[in-house]
Design a protein around this ligand. Structure first.
Ligand code: ZN
Length: 501
């Protein structure tokens, strides 16, 4: 059995090497590649992913997984070997269930749809993407049907990024959260808005970048195994456990952009850097799910990076970096500015309190569309109506409404958004557990010390990679099921203090 496991590992690592090479090409495309390289790069990426797919779906891998089943069953569920075989089998079954002809049809449709969207959004022209979106919905339903036995048609689509989570439980969680958030947004936005003009001054880019790098070095991002470069849409990428990179972007007239996206991506990266090195190249050498991943970017960005304690330490340094801009701005004013809550149209610009309402709305629309309760052509009106009732303002056009996110134009309808809010919910529950285990964490944050928190996350979460599902992790780490209670308590306490209610 040992020999078969080694053979499986060897084959999986080869597949991983191809994916990692593709990731490097993609990183280069998004950072330094001249535009003239675009066409060939697209071809190279698809060649690599085709070879990786062929290698991975080879019958020999299926045979090894079958042969290894009794061995896997003889081992404890949480052993490294059983986990590796289990996760590899899950990935394998996912890859072989969809026929190659469907994968090709889906991807060629999506590239047309994405193209149409890049023109439709600036033109505010939903009608031009309508036929594409209708086809995407049909293809999304067909995709789900390759995975029969689901309780809800969105379940297999959700499993793509949040394996182990299902509509029934997510819907329940989100409904409860929405009931708490809608009145909270009203309580806050009925008051005069925070003044964030101090953030919208001229901030030279070089100093912004240097400050951000200094912050994430202190948080624990390892520059021996990572680096940061500039891009249009920030992301984290990994070529191996020894090379986990982040990208960022900046605005010279808004201090928030580079700083918080840098902290966000470093949260994703610290998760990957914390995975056990002996998992290298295998299917368990990655974050558990998109929700768990997002819990880490959000924990560092919001629960740490937008906390008062964090800025008690860093604000004097920020003032010293930008004395002209911030010399006369108090810590209190700065803290209010970076936590400004407002009714706004764009999800990616939304604050902590309103953000999840943007997400839950999209999640509900995905279910309505897949269930056939909402027609694609009625989506813009449904969007305006729901937006008005949840967030309290009405988008005046589709550009800032249903056309704003690329997700439905570049992938399936279903499973695209839940991870963002699941991540927020988990982030508070995990932080609670960390502080319970180490009550000194909040005061350490005030002194710019993050080793205890980082070490706890590494020990309890990061090192396991993809061995466990999100629910298994939450049970193991926090001793309870996923719950919105810590997150709502966190928001109420932080914003109750800021807005006195
Ligand atoms: Zn993220």
């Amino acid at each position: 059995m040992e020999a078969k496991l080694q053979e499986l590992k060897k084959r999986l690592i080869e597949v991983n090497d191809l994916h990692a090479s593709a990731a490097l090409l993609y990183w280069d495309q998004s950072t330094y590649m001249p535009s003239g390289g675009a066409e060939a790069r697209g071809r190279q990426l698809s060649t690599l992913s085709e070879i990786a797919h062929q290698k991975f779906t080879d019958d020999a891998i299926g045979k090894l997984l079958d042969d290894l089943r009794p061995y896997e069953e003889s081992l404890p569920y949480d052993s490294d070997e059983a986990s590796l075989i289990r996760v590899a089998r899950r990935d394998y079954e996912h890859a072989v269930k969809m026929p190659a002809s469907f994968v090709a049809e889906f991807s060629s449709h999506i590239s047309l749809s994405y193209n149409a969207w890049t023109r439709a959004r600036p033109d505010n022209d939903f009608a031009s993407v309508l036929p594409y979106l209708e086809k995407t919905l049909e293809l999304s339903r067909r995709k789900a049907d390759f995975f029969p036995g689901y309780a809800h048609i969105a379940d297999p689509l959700i499993a793509d990024s949040d394996y182990g989570m299902e509509v029934a439980s997510i819907r329940e969680l989100f409904r409860g959260l929405r009931e708490q958030l809608v009145p909270l947004v009203h309580q806050i936005t009925d008051q005069p808005p925070a003044d964030d003009s101090c953030l919208q001054q001229h901030y030279p880019v070089d100093q912004q970048i240097a400050f951000g790098l200094d912050v994430i070095k202190r948080l624990g991002y390892d520059f021996e195994r990572g680096r940061q470069d500039m891009t249009h849409h920030p992301f984290m990428t990994k070529f191996s456990l020894g090379d986990v990179r982040i990208t960022t972007r900046f605005k010279e007239d808004d201090l928030r952009e580079a700083l918080f996206s840098t902290i966000h991506e470093s949260g994703h990266a610290m998760y990957e850097q914390g995975i056990r090195m002996d998992f290298e190249g295998t299917p368990i050498a990655r974050g558990a799910t998109s929700g768990v991943h997002e819990s880490q970017s959000r924990l560092w960005e919001n629960l740490v990076g937008r906390s008062r304690g964090f800025w008690q330490f860093f604000y004097p340094k920020l003032q010293a970096t930008f004395p002209q801009q911030l010399g006369d701005v108090s810590l209190d004013a700065f803290y209010r500015a970076i936590n400004k809550v407002e009714r706004s149209l764009i999800r990616t610009d939304a604050d902590e309190v309103t953000y999840n309402l943007h997400v839950i709305m999209r999640f509900d629309f995905e279910l309505d569309l897949l269930e056939g309760r909402l027609a694609v052509r009625d989506l813009p009106d449904a969007w305006r109506e729901r937006f008005t009732s949840d967030i309290g303002i009405t988008p005046t056009d589709d550009r800032d409404g249903v056309l704003q996110d690329m997700h439905w134009y570049s992938d399936a309808i279903g499973g695209q958004f839940q991870g963002y809010t699941l991540g927020n919910i988990m982030s508070a529950q995990l932080m609670d557990a960390a502080v319970k285990a180490n009550p000194a964490i909040p005061s350490e944050i005030q002194s710019g010390e993050f080793a205890t928190l980082h070490g706890w996350l590494k020990e309890n979460l990061y090192q396991h990679g993809a061995k466990f599902t999100a629910s298994e992790l939450m049970e193991r780490v926090t001793g309870g099921a996923l719950s919105t209670e810590p997150y709502v308590r966190y928001l109420r306490s932080k914003y109750g203090e800021l807005y006195q209610f």
